[in-house]
Ligand binder design. Structure first.
Ligand SMILES: [Zn+2]
Length: 249
């Protein structure tokens, strides 16, 4: 999601305040983040939490923070409607697995744990544990499948991968180091296979070109099975669907 930010300079002293009472009920929650380094109040939409984050200099007054937020209530409400909703990971909800919307079926009395069935993802145990069980299931699936897929792509591209880490990161889909170490977000397991492949080809191409130069993009488009058009489609998919995937806890 594009950064949506409101700024204004300010000065003075203090700490916490119940900001949410200041904006209308339909608006997203505003989280306060006092900062030593902030020079002014900044409001930022955070797709992963569905909140607006208000960063402000520690020495600013509660009154100033409150009035800034109140002044931007319309902006907060408008941006709030663009933030992805909290996904329903309980019975009747659904989750993307390899890009396929998969119904969640809570089966409290079964002892099978979390398993994929032709009807959906069956989750046993207490209802309040459904979310964490699904997350563990997806992470395990990611740890099992993504490294295999990455090694296949690496072989195809003639790239040397020294280590693959599947991590719980919300800031990026993947990253790489010059030593050939690749990190992938477990949330990639929710994306369609072509998007997974694109992220992998992107990171592997960085082992040849440690930048985003035109040579890098040529390298990506040459090795990505769907070429440039497919790459643009994958990036579009991530822009449109990525923020909602970040809301999966
Ligand atoms: Zn890159």
């Amino acid at each position: 999601m594009a950064r949506r930010v409101a700024r204004e300079g300010s000065s003075s002293i203090s700490h916490k305040i119940n900001i949410n009472s200041l904006v209308m009920q339909a608006a997203p929650a505003v989280r306060l983040r006092p900062s030593k380094r902030a020079q002014r109040i900044i409001l930022r939409a955070d797709p992963s939490s569905g909140c607006i984050i208000a960063t402000y200099p520690e020495k600013i007054s509660q009154k100033d923070v409150a009035s800034f937020i109140q002044k931007h209530a319309d902006w907060i409400e408008k941006v709030g409607t663009l933030l992805p909703p909290q996904p329903n990971l309980g019975h009747g909800g659904s989750v993307l697995i390899n890009g396929v919307p998969t119904p969640i079926i809570h089966t409290p009395t079964s002892r099978q744990g979390c398993i994929l069935t032709p009807n959906g993802l069956s989750v046993s145990g207490l209802a309040e544990h459904t979310e964490s069980r699904i997350q563990r299931f997806l992470r395990d699936m990611a740890k099992k499948n993504l490294p295999v897929m990455l090694q296949e792509e690496a072989q195809r591209m003639g790239a040397q991968v020294t280590k693959v880490d599947i991590r719980n990161v919300k800031s990026r889909w993947g990253s790489c180091s010059r030593s050939g170490r690749i990190m992938l977000s477990w949330r990639l397991i929710m994306c369609p296979p072509l998007v997974q492949s694109y992220i992998m080809v992107h990171e592997l191409a960085h082992l040849q070109h440690f930048d985003h130069s035109s040579a890098f993009w040529e390298h990506v488009d040459h090795f990505f099975s769907k070429g440039r058009t497919g790459r643009l489609a994958a990036e579009r998919w991530l822009r449109q669907n990525g923020p909602a995937l970040l809301r999966v806890p």
